[in-house]
Design a protein around this ligand. Structure first.
Ligand SMILES: Nc1nc2c(c(=O)[nH]1)N[C@H]1C(S)=C(S)[C@@H](COP(=O)(O)O)O[C@H]1N2
Ligand SMILES: [Mo]
Length: 551
């Protein structure tokens, strides 16, 4: 019994299994061709146009088109790793698609090549429509497509030859006759190819193509990211000393374990942007264009900005995506120049009410003109952050910082253009994506210690945190334990009304679980909004109320 079924398996299953085996090698051929495509594109991108990497351009395109709820889901699920997750997802898509292309090329040539050319055309479109690309940016994806197409044709041709030689000679002959005497691929290569030779030729090419694609791809990407690197230029850059420095009053910083630092170190400063890779801009070639509704179009160099003389500004930045109690808020000492002085160089025409700031990577923000021209508001072009040039991921070499407005409508990083315009005529990146065109920061307070979800020991402990009401200032912070009365907390000495203040209250914590709630009152006498609001369309609201376990 057992022997007969083995014989049956041999007789019927071997041809089918070998057919499946060739499908697998065809899929692998497709994947190798995909890798050759990407690697060649990376290599030519290094030579012709750094910004023309297909995988990054397509990634950037995906970031721009995915619906907002999906973006929020991605950030909630992957957090800081959202971009790595996107790249991993794209990589998987490339592997699957190119495997299918390989199988198509084996079964229905030239469908595999056509699939590759379509993918190449799509990535070329994604690249040339990116902001800030050069005229030669189409070359890397086009040359990559050609390289990938050649490899897929060669690999599948060899695979076909191997397959033909693996099939009984009688079948090949009959097929040849059926096709009106036309010769099969196998016949063309070798009248009687040996199975081993066909296989060896296939694996030789597959191995060489696969290994060189991986080496060339990784090497090109690494060189692109490091050689002549803007990071090195930034390291060597020394900003001139500021004309004026911020005076930090005594008692501005409380010494309480677990409380947020008054000045957020650069490495801890939150980062939010749509840039898949951090733009790298050489300050010596950087230009800021001021155009639109202006008396004259002005172009400023980095040196022009420095020559205006730098001042130091303490400003707390806040992201519209900051949830109640969240960490998307930071306070830094910025070095920069007033935006009103920059705009004066171009002369703003009457009728304008908005400045559309643009980044090299195509990001835009819409800021009310009045927020930038008001003499009493310190809206700046920043070049320095906490005593050093702006970190690359925080907008090097020049960004905007505007007190009182959420980052997405004001804090454009990697700035290249200020277009003076109107809210009616222009809209910014986030406006068609479910966020308000104008968005002042909702003032708020946050508990830093005791930490949410972390038990504390009974006894006298501080409850402490920060509160911000940029441009207005914090008057009072109040804390409520369980169903008790609101009690005033002690505030640190504020640096100015554009920065957050620290606050604390001593608490006799008794064993059990307690609710700790906090709210702020600003210098206009308004109380922080109690009603909860989601981050879209213009920022969260609500009092933070956290459950604290006391042992
Ligand atoms: N070029 C560019 N600038 C940008 C953004 C962006 O996506 N691209 N995001 C904005 C948002 S939403 C915020 S909150 C701040 C964050 O600045 P940071 O990353 O330096 O903290 O930058 C703003 N500037
Ligand atoms: Mo933001």
């Amino acid at each position: 019994m057992a022997q007969r079924s083995t014989a049956e398996q041999r007789g019927t299953q071997t041809p089918r299994r070998s057919g499946k085996r060739f499908l697998f090698w065809a899929a692998l051929s497709g994947v190798i061709s995909g890798l050759v495509f990407l690697a060649a594109a990376e290599l030519f991108a290094l030579i012709f146009a750094r910004a023309a990497s297909p995988i990054l351009a397509v990634g950037g395109f995906v970031i721009d088109i995915v619906p907002q709820p999906f973006k929020e889901f991605a950030i909630a699920t992957f957090g800081e790793y959202d971009k790595i997750a996107l790249l991993a997802g794209l990589g998987l898509a490339v592997v699957i698609a190119s495997a299918i292309a390989g199988i198509l090329q084996l079964l229905r040539p030239p469908l595999g090549v056509i699939a590759l050319v379509v993918a190449g055309a799509l990535s070329t479109a994604a690249i040339v429509t990116r902001a800030g690309v050069t005229a030669l940016a189409f070359l890397p994806p086009v040359l990559g497509t050609i390289a990938g197409s050649i490899i897929i044709v060669l690999l599948i041709r060899r695979l076909t030859a191997w397959k033909a030689s693996a099939v009984p000679a009688a079948m090949v002959d009959r097929k040849g006759v059926d096709r009106k005497g036309e010769k099969t691929e196998a016949d063309a290569t070798d009248a009687k190819p040996s199975k081993a030779l066909g296989r060896r030729q296939f694996f030789l090419l597959a191995g060489i193509a696969g290994v060189s694609a991986v080496i060339v791809g990784i090497a090109s990407r690494t060189v692109s990211m490091t050689v002549g690197s803007v990071a090195t230029i930034r390291e060597a850059l020394k900003l001139p000393a500021p004309k004026s420095k911020v005076t930090v009053p005594k008692g501005a910083e409380l010494d309480i374990p677990g409380l947020t630092k008054l000045i957020t170190p650069n490495k801890d400063f939150y980062r939010v942007d749509t840039a898949l890779t951090v733009p790298t801009i050489d300050p010596s070639t950087w230009r800021l264009v001021i155009d639109g509704m202006v008396d004259k179009r002005v172009e400023l160099s980095f040196q022009d900005i420095l020559d205006m003389g730098l001042d130091e500004y303490a400003i707390t930045m806040t992201c519209v995506s900051n949830e109640v109690g969240g960490g998307l808020v930071g306070n830094a000492m910025w070095l920069g120049v007033p935006l009103r002085d920059v705009l004066k160089k171009a002369g703003v025409k009457s009728g304008a009410d908005m400045v559309l700031s643009k980044s090299v990577d195509g990001y835009t923000a819409s800021t009310p003109l009045s927020a930038l021209t008001d003499d009493n508001l310190d809206a700046i072009l920043a070049v320095g952050m906490n005593g050093e040039p702006l970190p690359l991921e925080h907008g090097f070499p020049v960004r905007m910082v505007v007190p009182g407005l959420y980052g997405y409508v004001s804090a454009t990083k990697w700035l290249t253009e200020l277009k003076i315009t109107t809210f009616e005529k222009d809209e910014a990146y986030w406006t068609p994506r479910g966020y308000s065109a104008e968005a002042p920061i909702k003032f708020a307070s946050r508990v830093d210690t005791p930490k949410v979800g972390q038990a504390v020991d009974a006894g006298r402990i501080p409850i402490a945190g920060v509160a911000w009401a940029q441009t207005v200032g914090i008057e009072r912070v109040e804390v409520k334990i369980d169903e008790g009365d609101w009690m005033p907390a002690t505030l640190s000495a504020p640096i100015n009304e554009n920065t957050w203040v620290q606050w604390f209250m001593e608490w006799d914590a008794t064993p059990g679980t307690h609710y700790v709630a906090v709210r702020a009152i600003n210098k206009n006498g308004d109380t922080q909004i109690e009603e909860r609001a989601p981050i879209a369309p213009n920022g969260s609201s609500g009092w933070q109320r956290s459950l604290v376990r006391v042992n």
